[in-house]
Design a protein around this ligand. Structure first.
Ligand SMILES: [Zn+2]
Length: 51
């Protein structure tokens, strides 16, 4: 049961520094379109607050 795989994560774009939320291990920056992957962009663990 890999229920944590779809948890939203926050990426910090390595190009423009925008912080955005994406699912999974990759995400596309909404500002510059840079593709962020785990290990390339800084990843911030989404906290449990909110739900
Ligand atoms: Zn960007």
């Amino acid at each position: 049961m890999a229920r944590a795989d779809n948890a939203p994560r926050s990426f910090k774009c390595r190009q423009c520094g925008t912080i955005f939320t994406a699912r999974g291990e990759t995400g596309t920056c909404p500002i510059c379109g840079c593709e962020c992957r785990a290990g390339e962009c800084a990843m911030l663990e989404a906290s449990d607050e909110g739900y």
